[in-house]
Design a protein around this ligand. Structure first.
Ligand code: HSE
Length: 428
């Protein structure tokens, strides 16, 4: 009789219950694939009496997640509580210190304290696995850590917050403003308890920081991600970008440059006919580029019970099989302290200006662009209203500094009404 792998599961929300259901439904399959039975010893959650969609009465109840993490009859501590501080962190540290492996879906914790946790895991001779922390059911952590281990990664890019992608695609399909779709998303229960985690780009940036650490062999550096959320994306820009052949996505991009590690999360334009441009609703997509493999695209559900529990199970089975990977793909001590670099890689930009419709106005705009070293690729002016005209410009590739220079100079022309809008067009 092979020894079972004994789990302690902390957190019985959507994902925790999803994991319980898979373990109950697929016990034989899991035992075959793992080479040993996978069993739940004990569980822990905030509210024992809550009505749950799975029978947990057969497991021991542990009121404290930290006590659960220390139990002698637990081999793997499965942390599905969330949060970058507090009980989740305390319990994971307790689990490692008492000789348990850890499986977690906690992106915030890994993005912020990943280095310390990786060091603690190595010191204890244990592993931390976290497939569910990035892009839900998409196996991106394993793809980067294992399947692409022979590549020097050039760029990691993705739409990794389903709620933002839902809001942006719904604005476009229904022609509704941001505020209206935000309320719809809230009513549908898509938003995190603190919605700024979603719409402020923070949740997606946690994920980007984790991917960048694995991809570039550096310590996770969430505080070095340049973050802009989707709150200021207007229906006008969604419509105008569509007219010019683009979609607006909250896109995360990480790449190692000669100046250091660029990590940015911001609304960007992508070609409407590209895989990223065609990504609808709450789906996630991660694009990985390696020197040997070229570009690969992974797409799937970034959240939800089944997809996220599927990712958690993949880690549990990996541990049951005896596969032991370093947290971020190489020893913690070998992870470089990244030099954060502001985005400088040139790109084309989309500019939307409300021009006062009088002779010479366009010439003044053209002069500012020329003086900033920016060349125009395409331009449209249409939809005149009350003496003003929206002007859309797609530039040739230029630097973010040049765009900043132009944006700062444009109001001084006296021919622009309101704030100019600038969005980067990412090459995908
Ligand atoms: N709130 C996230 C999303 C899911 O909308 O993608 C968890 O990271």
């Amino acid at each position: 009789m092979t020894t079972p792998l004994r789990l302690g599961i902390a957190g019985l929300g959507t994902v925790g219950i999803g994991v319980v259901k898979i373990i109950q439904a697929h016990a034989d399959l899991l035992a075959l694939r793992s080479g040993r039975p996978v069993e739940i010893t004990a569980v822990s959650a905030r509210d024992r009496g809550r009505n749950r969609d799975a029978d947990i009465s057969r497991y021991q109840w542990e009121p404290s997640a930290v006590d659960l993490a220390r139990r002698e009859d637990v081999d793997v501590f499965v942390e599905l509580i969330g949060g970058d501080e507090g009980v989740a962190r305390e319990a994971i540290e307790a689990a490692l210190a008492s000789g348990k492996d850890v499986v977690t879906a906690n992106k915030a914790l890994l993005a912020i304290h990943g280095q310390a946790l990786a060091e603690a895991a190595e010191a204890a001779g244990r592993v931390i696995r976290f497939e569910a922390a990035v892009a839900g059911g998409i196996p991106v952590i394993k793809t980067l850590t294992e399947s692409l281990a022979g590549n020097r990664i050039r760029r990691v890019m993705g739409v990794m917050n389903g709620t933002c992608n839902y809001i942006l695609t719904r604005m476009q399909s229904a022609g509704l403003p941001y505020e209206a779709v935000f309320e719809e998303a809230r009513a549908l229960g898509y938003l995190e308890a603190d919605p700024t985690l979603d719409v402020g780009g923070i949740d997606a940036s946690h994920k980007l920081a984790i991917l960048a650490a694995i991809a570039f062999g550096s310590r996770p550096a969430f505080d070095a991600v340049e973050i802009e959320g989707i709150e200021r994306v207007s229906i006008d820009d969604i419509n105008r970008a569509a007219d010019m052949g683009y979609r607006i996505k909250l896109l995360g991009v990480a790449q190692m440059t000669g100046r250091g590690l660029e990590q940015r999360m911001s609304p960007c334009l992508v070609p409407a006919d590209s895989p990223l441009g065609q990504l609808e609703g709450g789906t996630n997509m991660v694009v990985l580029e390696g020197d040997a493999v070229g570009q690969i695209v992974l797409r799937g559900a970034g959240a939800g019970e089944g997809p996220t529990a599927s990712a958690v199970m993949s880690d549990i089975i990996e541990i049951a099989r005896g596969v032991r990977l370093p947290t971020f793909g190489q020893p913690a001590a070998a992870l470089a302290r990244p030099t954060p670099a502001r985005t400088a890689v040139p790109a084309a930009y989309y500019l939307r200006l409300t021009l006062i419709d009088k002779p010479g106005a366009l010439a003044k705009v053209a002069t500012v662009l020329g003086d900033s070293g920016i060349s125009v690729d395409r331009m449209r002016q249409y939809g005149h209203a009350a003496g003003t005209a929206p002007v859309l410009i797609v530039t040739h590739k230029t630097t973010p500094d040049a765009i900043d220079h132009a944006i700062a100079a444009l109001p001084g022309t006296g021919v622009i009404e309101g704030e100019p809008v600038e969005l980067r067009i990412e090459e995908v």
